[in-house]
Design a protein around this ligand. Structure first.
Ligand code: NDP
Length: 334
């Protein structure tokens, strides 16, 4: 098996040089209860680049990088997992692994795949989608209100905007390239979409929300967050802090204490969402979203990197806006 290992800490945003490839021989024979799995699709997500390892730690003697994958069972001595079964597991950045069914813990794909690619279980029907679903719900979105979402063409943001549209909100998206902007506008049908590298938030909202915003779903943090809270929310507006990708790896992360004034003057509500707190709702919520995808009511895009060797490049790319839609690495066929 091959492993991508993470020997040290990131210095700033993750780069391809932060990881090392290691090869290990797995035992030839399985013992009763064990299965040998091969990763088919692996995910890279921004949390993997957050310093301090709050959300995962490299593991094992090689310091294998953590993360989830969809894998297929290649050999089995466990009746619950026949050869060919697809499983989800936090198996890390490895091409192959052996599980006894509990370690690493295995989960079935929690919805009927039909003709859909199993990779969706890592994106528009996986962790990012559950984050979008849970975080938006906290903001109590109501028809007729105005919602701003940044990272709008990404794994979380693209679902947030579509769910908000389906609830009857006016959706204003922000993304970092003109291609992403036109996808959000033309395919996802967001009402207004801006390239934040070409227009200021101030000018954009002068056009689309001159009287303020009710719901702000924040994937980006930093200055965008500060400006939204201090200037553009309506009275009793709600914000979901989902991520802060612009700020994770700043040497001195920015904070804006003066936001407190606006928070009480306008009685704003600021929520944080952490997807792992919503695990139990996953199967129901994701089955609901799977039906929407099958009916064509929920759209998605994937940026598929071909080959296990692309893992570090795919992760580093998230911090440069290289991914258009959910970033996925395809390691083998199924
Ligand atoms: P995306 O698919 O949105 O990929 C990351 C995108 O972020 C990039 O493509 C880029 O898009 C944008 N970006 C990168 N750097 C910056 C920057 N400095 N300023 C502005 N935009 C930037 O990732 P996800 O959808 O998976 O994650 C989105 C956010 O949600 C992240 O902050 C992540 O950490 C968070 N998250 C939180 C979870 C939770 O439980 N709280 C769970 C899952 C994700 P562009 O080209 O538009 O700039």
């Amino acid at each position: 098996t091959k492993h991508w290992t993470k020997p040290g800490d990131f210095k700033g945003n993750p780069t391809e040089n932060d990881f090392k490839l290691v090869e290990e021989n797995l035992p030839d024979d399985l013992i009763d209860g064990e299965i040998l799995c091969e990763a088919v699709y692996l995910t890279v997500d921004p949390y993997m680049g957050i310093p301090g390892e709050h959300l995962g730690k490299p593991f094992g003697k090689y310091k294998t990088m953590f993360g989830e994958a969809v894998s297929k069972v290649l050999k089995s001595k466990n009746g619950k997992y026949p050869v060919g079964t697809l499983v989800l597991a936090p198996s890390g950045w490895r091409t192959h692994f052996i599980s006894n069914g509990d370690q690493p813990p295995l989960r079935p794909i929690p919805f009927d795949l039909g003709q859909l690619s199993p990779s969706l279980a890592l994106g528009p029907l996986g962790m990012p989608a559950l984050t979008a679903y849970s975080g938006l719900r906290m903001c109590e979105p109501k028809a007729g209100e105005i919602c701003v979402v940044n990272g709008a063409a990404g794994a979380v943001g693209s679902i947030v905007g579509q769910l908000a549209k389906a609830k009857g909100l006016t959706v204003i998206g922000f993304a970092g390239t003109d291609e992403k902007v036109s996808w959000c506008k033309n395919d996802l049908k967001f009402d207004y979409v801006y390239n934040y590298k070409k227009i200021t938030l101030e000018d954009a909202l002068k056009e689309s929300a001159p009287n303020g915003v009710d719901v702000f779903y924040d994937n980006v943090g930093g200055d965008f967050h500060h400006e939204m809270i201090s200037k553009h929310m309506r009275i009793r507006g709600r914000t979901c802090i989902c991520g802060s990708i612009s700020n994770y790896n700043n040497k001195e992360p920015k904070t804006y204490p003066q936001n407190n004034l606006t928070i009480f003057l306008k009685e704003l509500k600021i929520y944080g969402v952490l997807v792992t707190m919503h695990k139990s709702e996953g199967p129901n919520a994701l089955s609901e979203l799977a039906e929407c995808i099958k009916k064509g009511e929920l759209r998605y895009k994937e940026e598929v990197y071909d080959g296990f060797d692309q893992m570090p490049k795919a992760l580093a790319g998230l911090f440069k806006g290289d991914n258009f839609g959910k970033a996925i690495v395809k390691a083998s066929n199924y």
